[in-house]
Write a new protein. Structure first.
Length: 463
């Protein structure tokens, strides 16, 4: 029999304190009830952005001196604002990289917010950071890294990539006794995530572009050739599951070159890194155990809510050297403890890894493997169907759970029209993308509740 959890007693004779927020109890209850209903009902695939003018007309003045009251504000969100957002967890939302968090993760996101934890320093958030580190340790094991590896959770892949590359630049500058006269460069291909070039601009470093093979991979030979006359590269970025096509670079060969040239290898697995938990594709990641840093977004294919990126370092002390902040009010922090604020470009930090931890602890890692394998199987089945359709052409065999295909003979306008019509009618969210300078269609499977049969039925009628 499970013991009930009672609220802790207050001081003897204590009473509720009247104040500016004294009337919030009903608001809290209503908000929690709304959250529970939303978790248990599917999102509307037809919901999408509305013009600001329309929202302004429907919402009216929301911020006033007297307030509009909790009931009115919640009703406004329910009836006007939330329907003007796109449901990321819809089973036929296959655009971009969607998100399909578990109910447990969503529910615990509410708990995490209610607990109001500062997750930057151990002395303030020890329990939460301990739990987050348990989730990170599972990822470290999947990577095949030593148990001394670790990191923290940041907002998303952009911040994770930026923080990892900042640590790489700091480390390489120290090892080589300064920066080159012309500045540093990082090496990558055109298929890296847009955040890599954004990070290069912020870090004031150049980009050495490396060519791809015909399937969109960075290979060791191409990297070696590009680096032949370069001594100003401080890091190589290799995607483990590109956003556009789900392609995994040749990590083992790339790692060989990085070892030869003493270069930092950063692996961007924001989307595809979840595949490490799937035995059917784990072999594609060979060489990742030799990376120096790695990111994966649990809010993509690891069933956590926004926003959550796991940033990991093989040698966390190198990240601390780059990121630890110092000031009079920070000098008493115990630097021997695990302080996430020392490991990325942040100081203020919510414990955003807790919903991911809670879902892992609730369901177990075997269920995660099962769910990821289910989406891979769905993508494979859809790709097989496309191969046999006479009106469609499969662009390439999926390496993970992204499927690229085309409708031969269609113009760019026809691709856009089909996509918009199906989005508006709530049938399927499937957007065009560019591959080898031409329009194609793209499906990204991350929701284990998406069925191949329904997607194939829709594609059978395409055009």
């Amino acid at each position: 029999m499970t013991d009930s959890i009672d609220a802790p007693p207050g001081p003897e004779g204590s009473q509720e304190i009247a104040g500016p927020w004294a009337d919030e109890r009903d608001v809290v209850a209503a908000a929690v009830e709304w959250a529970a209903r939303r978790v248990l009902r599917p999102g509307d695939p037809r919901a999408t952005a509305r013009p600001a003018s329309e929202l302004a007309a429907r919402a009216g003045q929301t911020i006033t001196a007297e307030g509009i009251g909790g009931a009115a504000a919640l009703s406004l969100f329910d009836q006007v604002l939330e329907p003007a957002t796109r449901a990321q967890d819809g089973v036929l939302n296959l655009a971009y990289i969607p998100s399909a968090p578990t109910d447990a993760a969503i529910a615990f996101d509410l708990v995490t917010s209610a607990a109001n934890i500062f997750g930057g320093m151990w002395e303030a958030g020890a329990g939460a950071i301990f739990a987050e580190n348990e989730a990170l340790a599972w990822l470290v094991r999947l990577l095949g890294w030593p148990t001394t590896a670790g990191g923290c959770f940041v907002s998303g892949g952009t911040m994770g990539n930026l923080s990892a590359l900042a640590a790489a630049r700091e480390y390489t500058t120290h090892c080589r006794g300064g920066r080159p006269g012309g500045g540093w460069r990082l090496a990558c291909t055109t298929e890296v995530h847009s955040s890599i070039r954004a990070a290069a601009r912020i870090l004031d470093v150049g980009v050495l572009e490396v060519g791809l093979d015909d399937r969109g991979h960075l290979t060791g030979d191409a990297l070696r050739q590009a680096l032949a006359d370069s001594d100003d590269v401080f890091a190589v970025v290799a995607p483990a599951g590109t956003t556009n096509a789900g392609v995994i670079d040749d990590l083992a060969d790339v790692a060989d070159v990085c070892t030869e040239r003493a270069l930092w290898l950063h692996v961007d697995g924001a989307y595809g890194g979840a595949g490490l938990a799937a035995p059917s594709v784990r072999g594609r990641f060979a060489g990742i155990e030799r990376a120096d840093s790695f990111i994966v977004d649990p809010h993509k294919w690891l069933f956590a809510p926004y926003d959550c990126c796991a940033l990991l370092y093989r040698a966390p002390e190198l990240a601390r050297a780059a990121h630890a902040q110092h000031a009079g009010y920070l000098d008493e922090i115990d630097r021997e403890e695990w302080n996430p604020a020392d490991l990325a470009i942040h100081l203020s930090r919510r414990a955003r890894g807790l919903p991911f931890w809670f879902s892992l602890a609730t369901h177990g890692t075997a269920r995660y493997t099962q769910a990821i394998e289910q989406t891979i199987a769905t993508a494979t089945a859809v790709a097989e169907a496309i191969r046999h359709f006479t009106h469609l052409r499969l662009i390439m065999e999926p390496e993970l759970s992204v499927v690229l295909f085309e409708r031969p003979g269609w113009s760019d306008a026809e691709y856009r029209a089909w996509s918009r019509r199906n989005a508006t009618e709530g049938v399927i969210l499937c957007l065009p993308t560019r591959w080898h300078d031409r329009f194609v269609l793209r499906l990204a499977f991350v929701n284990p509740e998406t069925t191949a049969e329904r997607v194939i039925e829709i594609l059978a009628d395409l055009g």
